[in-house]
Design a protein around this ligand. Structure first.
Ligand code: AHG
Ligand code: MN
Ligand code: MN
Ligand code: MN
Length: 335
């Protein structure tokens, strides 16, 4: 067909998910409806973030969250929008957010079969200086009975879908429903996410490592050895480049597209590191595996972890398959 058929054959995220759904004849479109509400939330946050500076939406909200972090106005606004959008979808029964100490149990009349875990605004420390931030989400199925907190404490390998939306130079939504990873870019003139990165595969090995070297004093042996190897390779190969943005969504998106490794290790001060299992580690690990990479906690495959608490943290090493293999070998040697 004509050269610019793709320009008229718009593959929106809704159409893409409907195509996926058609592969499951038994499905009644619930997932598609849930996703359309998550997409609505992302469009709202994208718009709020882009005019945050103008609309006095920067700075602190004056509260502190369960993480002990001072909440930014955008943290609170994004959280409110996602909670309301997810409840109004009528397809969720439990919601877990970084910004809420307790899980939200949707009242029975509006309850669906999905549990959504999410970080409404990731990289909050970067809001006021205009560096990319994002939203991260993961979706579990909860079977029929009255939902309890145990229904949320599932290993990441049980997730049906995971994704993130990055609010940067463009608004990019990266999603996996378990059969690979696809990237969509928001066309503001249409208000639609259009497929721009079909079937993303992470390079098998990368030339970039991404870690907050400011924590080096407290790192354990294997992490110290690995970073040393990146900087002073013994095999005559050239040193890796260091890229660290400080928003997990941005660091992971670059790792997914360019290859390399992202590390948030544990250390003497925080043995479980900083990143939260349910709504940061699991969704990003799910995406990395779906793109042909891997994700490791320093002990086990990240998706095999079974969380005991909602806001539990874990060290995480994720990215190109071969790069993560190297750090796994260093931890195995130390075990
Ligand atoms: P959040 O803004 O949702 O609390 O997450 C911030 C996280 C993550 O985005 C990033 O990778 C990490 O904090 C950066 O931590 P450091 O500043 O300690 O490097
Ligand atoms: Mn936070
Ligand atoms: Mn976060
Ligand atoms: Mn956050």
């Amino acid at each position: 067909h004509s050269a610019d058929a793709h320009r008229t054959d718009l593959m929106t995220i809704t159409r893409f998910v409907l195509n996926e759904q058609s592969k499951h004849p038994e499905s009644r479109g619930d997932f598609t409806i849930l996703l359309s509400h998550i997409v609505l939330g992302c469009k709202f946050v994208c718009s709020a973030v882009s005019k945050a500076g103008l609309a006095k939406l920067i700075g602190l909200a004056g509260e502190t969250n369960v993480q002990g972090e001072e909440q930014k106005k955008l943290d609170v606004l994004s959280n409110d929008v996602f909670i309301k959008a997810l409840i109004s979808s009528g397809r969720t029964c439990i919601l877990v957010s970084e910004e809420d100490e307790e899980a939200t149990f949707v009242e029975p009349s509006n309850r669906g079969k999905y549990c959504v875990v999410f970080d409404p605004l990731d990289g909050s420390s970067n809001i006021d200086c205009g560096v990319s931030i994002g939203t991260i989400f993961g979706i579990y199925m909860v079977d029929g009975h009255d939902p309890t907190i145990e229904d949320v404490l599932q290993p990441g390998k049980n997730m049906l879908a995971a994704g993130y939306c990055m609010y940067g130079s463009s608004c990019t939504l990266v999603l996996s429903t378990g059969t690979g990873v696809n990237g969509f870019t928001l066309d503001p003139s249409l208000g639609e996410f259009i497929l721009t990165h079909p079937d993303i595969k992470i390079p098998k090995k990368g030339k970039i490592y991404s870690v907050n070297e400011g924590n080096a004093k407290n790192w354990d042996g294997p992490t110290t050895k690995y970073v040393e190897k990146c900087k002073f390779p013994k095999d005559g190969s050239s040193p890796k480049s260091l890229r660290y943005i400080g928003s997990m969504v941005a660091d992971v998106h670059r790792t997914l597209l360019y290859g390399g490794i992202f590390l948030y290790p544990g250390d003497k001060k925080s043995p479980n590191g900083k990143l939260r299992v349910l709504y940061e580690v699991f969704p990003m690990s799910f995406l990395m595996e779906q793109a042909g990479g891997q994700a490791f906690t320093g002990k086990i495959r990240a998706l095999d972890l079974v969380p005991k608490k909602l806001h539990e943290r874990s060290p995480i090493f994720l990215g190109s398959y071969d790069d993560v293999e190297e750090i796994k070998a260093l931890y195995a040697a130390e075990a």
